[in-house]
Ligand binder design. Structure first.
Ligand code: PAN
Ligand code: ZN
Length: 187
């Protein structure tokens, strides 16, 4: 397959804010309404403004989606907040092509990276400024913002990885990060 970038221009990211800019940079926004069924306290979720922005992703796809052998990269800006006692988090996914791995690196904020294998076994890694996380193939990944400021992280993943969100919608993760006595706990 053709892995030649469609543009020779570089993209940029701001070291402090993690903001990615440049030609061809795309942005997607995830609202609370789009995260239906993911938070355990559904009553609390219903009481909140469905238009609340939970996170944005800015990403660069220098080769077409699905290209074998290429790489994408992007940054996620995850807002602080809670639904009941559960911190704001990304949807989470397996890669559609299961063996595709990924890197995450934290730019600012604090949180947790939830990881889960296909058997549902779930564990977490702490995210703070400068932490780099290798997500092996076959592992679902979700980020939880346990702090009071936006959690910003960079990611790079294979251009043919794809995203399987359906498995998470039906089965969820094996554990959640909830607030207990003012502290985040893996439960
Ligand atoms: C990331 C994620 C991003 C948003 O770029 O796509 O953090 O999370 P969800 O995709 O789970 O909504 C990544 O893991 N790409 O593969
Ligand atoms: Zn991913």
């Amino acid at each position: 397959m053709n892995t030649t970038p469609t543009s020779s221009a570089a993209t940029f990211f701001d070291l402090k804010s993690g903001l990615i800019t440049g030609d061809g940079v795309e942005e997607s926004v995830k609202l609370l309404s789009q995260l239906e069924g993911l938070f355990h306290d559904e009553a609390a979720w219903r009481k909140m403004d469905p238009e609340t922005v939970v996170y944005r992703v800015r990403f660069w796809r220098p080769v077409p989606d699905g290209t074998k052998g290429g790489l994408f990269w992007g940054a996620t800006y995850l807002e602080p907040g809670k639904v009941g006692d559960e911190y704001f988090m990304t949807h989470g996914h397996f890669h559609a092509i299961r063996d595709r791995a990924e890197y995450y690196a934290t730019v600012s904020g604090t949180g947790a990276l939830l990881l889960m294998n296909e058997g549902g076994q779930t564990w977490s890694q702490t995210m703070t400024v400068g932490t780099v996380h290798y997500i092996p193939g076959g592992i679902a990944h979700r980020v939880v913002n346990t702090g009071n400021e936006p959690l910003v992280f960079l990611a790079s993943w294979p251009s043919d990885a794809g995203h399987d969100y359906a498995s998470i919608r039906t089965a969820g993760f094996g554990k959640r990060i909830l607030e207990r006595d003012g502290m985040p706990c893996l439960i």
